[in-house]
Write a protein that binds this ligand. Structure first.
Ligand code: ATP
Ligand code: MG
Length: 563
């Protein structure tokens, strides 16, 4: 392709609201444009990247026996009502009515319709297993669309679904996906971790996420270099350092107007790990008191797993539940349901005394809140010990680029996706569901591959593999060499962009760095006098001078070596 014929609207400045590096660079380098919040236009370069990622995904899905299908984006409400998700999913689902007033929605995922298909067309164990996938549009009215294409309201997802006759079959389908996913991200040149994750709104019994390390990520994972333990902090277990736990007598101390952990620790001259943090939340079944050590934070999702959806109690709710103002509440002397972090089982602490202006010293689980349910509800932090091997954990910010779930019969049961087994008995199909966000792979690659001048794409997903830059297009010899290399490389099946624009060298090089094509052949008049051209690697900046008649062979070697 000739640069002059390709629409690459590069920009000097990134949009003011763009914070994530991938957002800034993909807009500046002319890959995408934002139409409205969470709605993106893909420009020619952007499409090429997406197509390359999707091709890799399709190849690996086909390799595990996946069969491509496509589901409608517009769905009737009925299938979603049958699984209950019409009601449990809130504002994230775009809903509408058709002309005759029937409830419809725009699919945010396709468990329902895929299971509908299985219910209608799979009869017998002989037709199992199946893996069906699509690479298709999803719509979600995300609460906070942000970070460019990382979280959009309309996006492409590769979603696949496995249908097996038993748990063993599901294990196999799950494992096939796990291995295929690893290949996909590796081939795309993205660094990633495979971590245990929460089953969330998908339901089911086991889930893993594929997480690409990046400061733009919205998830945190806990990682152990000792034994390889890796989990989303939504469920990561950890052993915080033990608190000093000096001996304390059981006595009230006046702490007038000292409500927060910080105020109390400063006033009493103690460290926060000697305090109990008592947080009253309102669940569907009434108030619940969550207890963690003063230096820890409650993980919302861990707590939600135990008590369901909840919100922080308001001041008047605290007062009416416990009879004291917020800031002085503690675990003793009341019957409110208590969930205490496991760390609090040991040691003596200072907690709110349930008395205005007082805290209580020497509080222990045995004496003061033996009626609590103990569970790991704190957020794993860097330096906490790994529960498997005791080594310190690391916490890393990551982008979720994909996930896999064991669903079991969560969807097949309500949608009656059954099959007849060898003995003629009707059984529910055992399912799994597996998602990948190709746009997130692209953005993660940019997050992990960039420098102050622009993007440094991995070769496999770069929009072009080679950029040929004749510095002066008015110089006939330069253009001859450029055209010859261009034709020869294209004939050999490489993807080449020829910068045939009549622009200053500075402009061409700036654009080249920004759009980030991995290899560049620079044809300058001065070098040509010595019969030389330059081959430059975008990522390392390394430049090699090569004889004109050896350039083709040299670049070919580099491209093949990297594939
Ligand atoms: P998140 O927790 O980031 O919202 P999710 O758990 O909702 O993700 P899934 O519903 O499992 O994600 O979707 C499968 C994959 O689709 C995700 O792993 C991610 O790569 C991609 N994806 C999900 N939501 C978006 C979005 N709003 N924009 C772009 N890609 C997305
Ligand atoms: Mg989501």
């Amino acid at each position: 392709m000739r640069y002059s014929r390709l629409f690459i609207p590069t920009l000097k400045e990134a949009p003011a609201e763009a914070e994530a590096v991938s957002h800034r660079l993909m807009v500046r380098a002319g890959y995408v444009r934002q139409l409205a919040a969470g709605l993106y236009i893909y420009l020619p370069l952007g499409i090429r990247v997406m197509e390359k990622i999707n091709r890799i995904i399709r190849e690996e899905m086909n390799a595990i026996g996946g069969q491509e299908v496509t589901m409608p984006v517009l769905n009737p409400a009925e299938v979603w009502q049958q699984t209950g998700r019409w009601d449990t999913i809130g504002d994230e689902m775009f809903r509408l009515k058709d002309r005759s007033g029937r409830d419809m929605c725009l699919a945010m995922t396709h468990e329902e319709t895929m299971t509908w298909l299985a219910a209608h067309d799979i009869r017998s164990y002989r037709e199992l297993p199946q893996i069906w996938y699509q690479v298709q549009t999803k719509l979600r009215d995300e609460a906070r669309p942000k970070s460019g294409v990382l979280r959009t309201r309309e996006f492409t997802m590769k979603d696949s679904y496995s249908f097996d006759k038993d748990e063993e079959g599901l294990d196999r389908s799950y494992q096939l996906h796990l291995e295929a996913y690893k290949k996909i991200y590796s081939r795309c040149g993205v660094r990633f971790h495979v971590v245990q994750s929460d089953t969330g709104m998908m339901g089911g019994s086991m889930a893993h996420e594929f997480m690409a390390p990046s400061p733009a990520g919205e998830d945190d994972v806990a990682l152990c270099d000792g034994c390889g333990y890796a989990a989303n902090t939504e469920l990561a277990l950890s052993e915080p350092k033990a608190s000093p736990s000096p001996s304390m007598t059981h006595e009230e101390v006046a702490t007038p107007e000292k409500r927060t952990i910080e105020e109390v620790t400063r006033f009493l001259k103690v460290t926060p790990d000697l305090l109990v943090k008592s947080i009253l939340v309102m669940s569907d079944k009434g108030p619940v008191l969550a207890l963690v050590r003063g230096d820890q934070t409650v993980h919302e999702k861990k707590l939600a797993k135990l008590i369901g959806p909840h919100r922080p109690a308001q001041k008047d709710e605290v007062k009416s539940a416990l009879g004291v103002p917020a800031g002085f509440i503690g675990p003793m002397g009341h019957k409110i349901r208590k969930i205490a972090d496991g760390v609090l089982k040991k040691g003596a602490y200072i907690a709110g005394a349930n008395k205005d202006g007082y805290h209580l010293k020497g509080v222990t689980a045995d004496k003061d809140f033996s009626d609590a349910e103990f569970a790991d509800i704190h957020t794993a932090a860097a330096g906490d010990a790994c529960v498997q091997c005791g080594k310190p954990l690391r916490i890393e910010k990551v982008i979720e680029v994909g996930n896999i779930f064991k669903l079991g019969t969560k969807y097949s049961a309500p949608l009656k996706a059954n099959y007849l087994d060898e003995n003629g008995n009707e059984r529910p199909i055992i399912m799994g569901s597996y998602g990948i966000g190709p746009a997130r792979i692209a953005a993660a690659a940019v997050e992990q591959g960039n420098d102050e001048n622009g993007i440094t794409w991995p070769l496999a997903i770069a929009p072009y593999q080679v950029l040929i830059v004749p510095v002066n297009v008015k110089d006939a010899r330069s253009m001859d060499v450029a055209e010859e290399l261009y034709t020869a490389l294209e004939e050999r099946g490489f993807e080449v962009l020829l910068d045939d624009r009549d622009e200053r060298a500075g402009v061409k090089f700036k654009d080249a760095d920004l759009i980030g094509i991995p290899w560049r052949i620079i044809i300058g008049e001065k070098n040509l006098k010595e019969n030389l051209v330059e081959i430059k690697e975008r990522r390392t900046g390394t430049v090699e001078k090569i004889a004109v008649d050896r350039a083709l062979e040299a670049i070919e070697k580099k491209l093949v070596m990297e594939v």
